[in-house]
Design a protein around this ligand. Structure first.
Ligand code: DX5
Ligand code: ZN
Length: 214
């Protein structure tokens, strides 16, 4: 079954504790936290203090997606703040392997993210070392964009490669995912679906989560 990781980027920022508590009620699987620095992406969201604050309100795994420059400077702190999974974009890093090692050294799951305008090749050198591969189906920076179906080819290709070589990483697809396109993710071999607007802006968020857990 596909696990659903709602992105709190689409929640009401005045009610973040309530948002993560609701995710348990709605039976979501993972909480996706979008961290943006205004440099790697043209938007700024929140950082380690938010992850630390939310940690107290949920037992669900916290998935920190770092869209920041030089993530190697901060991955350790995100782990210490309570993130269970930390992913970042290799082209924003000068020490991808070091950052992955730091996360693993903290006993957390690590991963790399492939932005919509990046080829899968940037992630290939790390396939043996990661727990999670994030394939973005929008250009990182904002919630509520429409799904780029073309990017899903990278997820399919990664699925073929991991089976062929026996890599153990999971594949997460992030951006514009909704109940209408979840079947495409399933067919591509995706394990985790990130969904911001499709959950938090839904009339019945619990139903939206359930419809994507296929
Ligand atoms: C985009 C973020 C995504 C996105 C998900 O930069 O990484 O997690 O906000 O939100 P929707 O599902 O609304 O595209
Ligand atoms: Zn994200």
């Amino acid at each position: 079954m596909i696990k659903v990781a709602p992105s709190i980027l689409s929640a009401d920022f005045c009610k973040m504790a309530e948002a993560v508590k609701n995710l348990e009620l709605w039976q979501a699987d993972i909480v996706h936290c979008d961290i943006m620095d205004g440099v790697y992406v043209p938007n700024i969201t929140f950082g380690m203090p938010m992850v630390r604050a939310l940690r107290k309100y949920t037992t669900l795994p916290l998935d920190a997606h770092l869209m920041i420059t030089l993530p190697e400077k901060y991955v350790g702190e995100f782990c210490d703040s309570g993130a269970d999974i930390v992913t970042f974009h290799p082209e924003a890093s000068k020490d991808t392997r070091g950052a992955l090692d730091t996360i693993k050294g903290k006993g957390k799951k690590c991963g790399v993210a492939v932005n919509a305008d990046m080829p899968l090749e940037i992630a290939l050198p790390y396939f043996a070392d990661i727990d999670l591969l994030v394939i973005m189906t929008v250009q990182a920076g904002f919630g509520g964009q429409s799904f780029k179906e073309d990017c899903l080819k990278k997820a399919k290709e990664a699925d073929v490669l991991r089976k062929k070589h026996g890599y153990g990483f999971q594949i997460e697809v992030d951006g514009g995912v909704c109940p209408q396109n979840i079947g495409l993710l399933k067919a591509a071999g995706v394990d985790i679906a990130v969904a911001g607007s499709a959950v938090f802006k839904a009339q019945d968020p619990a139903e939206a989560v359930k419809r994507m857990q296929i």
